[in-house]
Design a binder for this molecule. Structure first.
Ligand SMILES: Cc1cc2nc3c(=O)[nH]c(=O)nc-3n(C[C@H](O)[C@H](O)[C@H](O)COP(=O)(O)OP(=O)(O)OC[C@H]3O[C@@H](n4cnc5c(N)ncnc54)[C@H](O)[C@@H]3O)c2cc1C
Ligand code: SF4
Length: 339
């Protein structure tokens, strides 16, 4: 690890102060727990001259959860979220995903906003400066080619690995965003633009592993919220190489509703596979009948179609896609049979 470079640390106490600080320092980065950002600064991957800490803003730290709504401030820590009894009771998939992030140290520091905006990862990117320079860097930083897909024509495939996003996508969550241009609310799904289409240029709405968030300059997340759907059962699980302190090989969130023997609603979302968390499209067509072979085969086909198999981690891409499908099927079965 290299020594940390110089930077200025700002500690605003209100939302307005954060907005003003962002506007005054366009090159700044928001600092949640710093469990990813500081690692990247130390590796010389990024060097923001100003860090704006969100932890001191009380308005960003609230959790409200009941049988109707879920509201989580962006500076809430993952440990607080995982331990909130009403979240566990009404939105188990969210509490479980928070509890699956890294280890206790990172969860005590890491925030919801930082997890949702976690930088994408790749074996050629999350390395020291000397390692990356020995490989002539790559597209995500200052290089000219992608080592994962040398013919990618400018597209980066670095993988989004945050555990919370799929859980919240399965609940159709929305985020509140603030910035110099004002405040707005949008679907969480619209935050993620890392489509990485190999034959299409990267644009404002069609990004890749480098341009994977739709936030405008100076914008940041203030909260995430979701409505409860009566009868919705939900669960999160992930496959990782070690059983603790480890990013997901793949993480899967499933939410479903059942009436008698009929599958009424099925939502499946993944992390650790593509440059964005993926809410699987096409699951509605699998509903309306019993949970039979047709559903599992259909689910497998959707996973094969939408989940990428790029070699951005030490785990082979095809293995990742395979376990994504297996884990999704297992969770669907478990939830359907839940008493
Ligand atoms: C050993 C280790 C293992 C890990 N394992 C996992 C894992 O299994 N799963 C996982 O999900 N993560 C993992 N992480 C990454 C990290 O700890 C978590 O994702 C954590 O939630 C990041 O939150 P943070 O507040 O520390 O983010 P920070 O490092 O503070 O910020 C991350 C990024 O988000 C931006 N940001 C912060 N807050 C906001 C906001 N409100 N609005 C917009 N942008 C914002 C920052 O500017 C930065 O770009 C691991 C990290 C380590 C060191
Ligand atoms: S996918 Fe390619 S461009 Fe992106 S970080 Fe990895 S090597 Fe670099």
């Amino acid at each position: 690890m290299d020594a940390l470079p110089q930077f200025e640390l700002l500690r605003p106490r209100s939302l307005d102060e954060v907005i003003a600080a962002r506007a005054a320092h366009p090159q700044s980065s928001l600092l949640g727990g710093g469990t990813d950002l500081v690692v990247n600064i130390r590796r010389g991957i990024v060097a923001p001259p100003v860090l704006i800490e969100t932890n001191g803003v009380a308005a960003l730290r609230a959790i409200k959860a009941d049988e109707r709504d879920l509201h989580i401030g962006a500076a809430t820590t993952l440990a607080e979220l995982a331990a909130a009894p009403e979240v566990e009771r009404h939105y188990p998939v969210v509490a479980q995903a928070a509890a699956h992030v890294a280890g206790p140290t990172q969860r005590n520091m890491g925030t919801v906003g930082g997890n949702l905006c976690l930088d994408t990862r790749c074996i050629f990117y999350n390395q020291s400066e000397w390692w990356r320079s020995a490989n002539n860097h790559c597209l995500k930083t200052t290089g000219t080619m992608c080592h994962v897909a040398p013919k990618s024509r400018g597209v980066c495939f670095a993988t989004f690995s945050g555990d919370l996003a799929p859980a919240l996508l399965a609940l159709d969550a929305e985020i509140d965003v603030a910035g110099p241009a004002g405040r707005r609310t949008m679907p969480l799904a619209d935050l993620y633009i890392g489509y990485a289409r190999q034959d299409e240029p990267v644009t404002e709405s069609n990004g890749d592993g480098k341009y994977f968030l739709s936030l405008q300059p100076g914008e940041f997340i203030t909260a995430v919220h979701a409505r409860n759907t009566p009868g919705l059962r939900s669960e999160y699980d992930k496959i990782r190489i070690r059983r603790s302190i480890e990013y997901p090989v793949t993480g899967v969130a499933v939410a479903l509703r059942r009436e008698g023997e009929t599958l009424l609603d099925l939502r499946v979302a993944f992390t650790g596979t593509n440059p964005r968390p993926v809410r699987l499209a096409g699951t509605a067509a699998l509903c309306g009948g019993p949970l039979d072979d047709r559903v599992f085969k259909g689910l497998d086909a959707l996973v094969r179609d939408q989940i990428m198999a790029m070699k951005t981690t030490f785990t082979p891409g095809h293995y990742r896609r395979r376990v994504a499908g297996v884990l999704a099927g297992r969770l669907v079965q478990q939830l359907f049979e839940q008493g």
